[in-house]
Design a protein around this ligand. Structure first.
Ligand code: AMP
Ligand code: MG
Length: 300
């Protein structure tokens, strides 16, 4: 995690670090005393305000994306070994057994309680970093900072512009290479990428299995996309949507973008197309034109 900002009080860096650690201790499923770890162990908790808020946002996105974003997939994420790095390809029977335990409709949220059915487990990893970036952004603005660039492991949040007034330049990773395939000019926005390249393993069958799962099959989502970058005002939403649209694939992503709006996209397809939505056409520069073809999506 790298936080770059200009101005603000002396203690701000320490305050932001402490706030990030506090949120991690509330959200992280792998910390035994976090809200989500306790929920997964006990089935019911009195959630911290942030947990409640995050769960509410995750459920709203689940409804909006028809379950493509599903924080209840954790039993399957664990089974594939993406939590521990002890990767394995589960037997089809095992996947069939676990799928009914991933029904997000069975998450019950009220003012004072968050509850799940026995056998279920939640993992907010698909939007927690974006949410954290939003909290840090609010803190920075309260402290009077007008120029900042936050990088929470691939979740970028640009606050204002660079001190000289020009936009921040954000590299979009080449999902098949080491460097970036393009550069995005960004000011006052979140830029969040989901991609198979972030965490994956190669099976004994020689196939690549990555960490973003299709909730319908319980297996890695193969929608024809290699990465999805969402550019939009709210970090949590950009983060959740990047995961969901990766699952949904290019056609459904286009429909969602046209019907919902409020964000822009960079999609990288397995066919080496880089698709950007209209609003980014002037803000995106392809740096790998020999490998990738640029295409622009319009609203109609
Ligand atoms: P992200 O890097 O934001 O795309 O989030 C991916 C992480 O969210 C994975 O490492 C899993 O822990 C979890 N996850 C995988 N598939 C999904 C999904 N379809 N919906 C919600 N969370 C998921
Ligand atoms: Mg995400």
């Amino acid at each position: 995690m790298t936080l770059r900002f200009y101005g603000g009080p002396e203690t701000l860096a320490e305050d932001l670090k402490a706030e990030t650690e506090r949120l991690e201790s509330v959200f992280s499923v792998t910390r035994p005393d976090s809200d989500f770890a306790r929920l997964n162990a006990d089935g019911r908790i009195a959630p911290a305000p942030e947990t409640r808020d995050l769960a509410e946002k995750a459920l709203a996105l689940a409804r909006e994306t028809d379950g493509a974003l599903n924080i209840a997939l954790y039993p399957l994420v664990k089974e594939w070994g993406f939590t521990t790095g002890q990767y394995q390809i589960p037997e089809p029977d095992r996947i069939r057994e676990l799928l009914p335990l991933t029904d997000w409709h069975r998450i019950t949220l009220s003012d004072s309680s968050l509850a799940i059915d026995p056998g279920m487990a939640l993992d907010p990893g698909s939007l927690a970093k974006g949410y954290t970036a939003d909290v840090l952004t609010a803190r920075l603005k309260e402290a009077g900072v007008t120029c900042a660039l936050l990088d929470l492991g691939g979740n970028i949040q640009a606050i204002g512009t660079r001190p000289d007034g020009t936009p921040w330049q954000v590299g979009i990773r080449d999902p098949e290479g080491e460097g970036h395939l393009g550069i995005l000019s960004a000011a006052d926005t979140a830029v969040v990428t989901s991609g198979g390249y972030e965490r994956y393993f190669t099976g004994p069958d020689g196939q690549v299995y990555w960490h973003i799962l299709d909730p319908l099959t319980g297996a890695p989502a193969r929608s024809g996309l290699l990465s999805v970058t969402v550019v939009g005002p709210a970090g949590w939403r950009a983060d959740g949507l990047s995961t969901a649209l990766f699952v949904m694939g290019a056609d459904k992503a286009l429909t969602h973008w046209r019907e919902t709006g409020g964000y822009e996209l960079v999609l990288v397809t397995e066919d080496h197309e880089v698709i950007v939505t209209e609003g980014l056409a002037d803000r995106f520069t392809l740096s790998e034109p020999d490998t990738y073809t640029l295409k622009v999506w319009k609203h109609d």
